[in-house]
Ligand binder design. Structure first.
Ligand SMILES: O=C(O)CCC(=O)C(=O)O
Length: 282
């Protein structure tokens, strides 16, 4: 398995830039997906034992960089995950989140953010097969750019987690499923990467719908981008509370970097310098 094997082609990079997302099929083998599912299931069971069922969390989610899930934790350093980030963002990009998500239901339309100064990508792998009516991620092609990105907010597509309908649905009777989009029907082992400004959603949700997500941020190169990054870090306490993420994003076990990986050492330096480690681990 060489780095070269997992480099995106120029055509894939172009597709990502134009549409805001890229689908990669059969990236992980059934054996690897079984291992991921096993670690995920064990960690979820221990979280359910440790946490108060009355606690009002949106859905069960936790950081992957823990000794309880060593194989999932290692995926950030797998070229199938970090190489596209280095190609699509830059060689100095760094992994801010590596999360496991056990959803309770569907997710309404939203972008992860709307600030074009800050470049970020998210890799999403679902651990169960997905279809249009069973939890597939939907993305609106081209909605990572303006004017489409802002127009979708203007027409009232934006919503939050939970049963509250988006304004466009209240006013028009359209459901989230009626919005034109690409549906990422997938099998375990497939991965979609999207620009975090891309509008996305998933419908036909059900209890314990599982995904692992790996996000990378580009290193800010302009004062505006640096200011945006600082704003993101300031909002971390609110986001942690809102999402109810369990455990640490950057476990000391991962921060120790026992194999002295130069790539991980660089990532840790960026995460510390920008304040992510303090903000997420405190
Ligand atoms: O699968 C879902 O419910 C949507 C996930 C999502 O919004 C995300 O991964 O950013």
């Amino acid at each position: 398995m060489t780095q070269e094997d997992y480099r995106l082609t120029e055509e894939q990079i172009q597709l990502f830039e134009v549409f805001g997302f890229l689908v990669r099929r059969n990236l992980f083998s059934p054996e690897e997906m079984n291992r991921i599912n096993e670690e995920f299931g064990r960690r979820l069971a221990s979280i359910l034992e440790e946490t108060d069922p009355e606690e009002n969390r949106l859905f069960n989610n936790w950081g992957n960089r823990t000794p309880e899930t060593p194989f999932i934790a290692s995926l950030l350093e797998d070229p199938r995950i970090y190489l596209p980030a280095e190609q699509l963002l830059d060689e100095e990009s760094f992994p801010v989140h590596s999360n496991a998500n056990s959803y309770e239901n569907s997710t309404n339309w939203h972008p992860d953010w709307s600030d074009p100064h800050l470049l970020a990508i998210k890799n999403v792998m679902y651990l169960q097969p997905t279809t249009a009516d069973r939890g597939a991620l939907r993305v609106i092609p081209g909605a990572h750019k303006n004017s489409l990105h802002d127009e979708l907010r203007r027409i009232g597509l934006g919503s939050t987690f939970g049963p509250k309908k988006a304004r466009i649905s209240e006013e028009s009777g359209l459901s989230g499923e009626d919005i034109p989009c690409y549906v990422f029907s997938s099998n375990p082992g497939d991965v979609i990467i999207f620009n975090q400004m891309t509008w996305h959603a998933a419908f036909g949700g059900y209890r314990d719908r599982r995904s692992c997500t790996f996000n990378f941020y580009g290193t800010p190169r302009t004062p505006e981008a640096a200011a945006s990054m600082r704003k993101v870090v300031e909002h971390i306490p609110d986001i942690k509370k809102y999402l109810g993420t369990v455990g640490l994003q950057y476990h000391p076990w991962w921060l120790e970097n026992p194999e002295k990986s130069p790539r991980r050492a660089r990532w840790i330096r960026c995460l510390e310098e920008w304040g992510f480690v303090d903000a997420y681990n405190s």
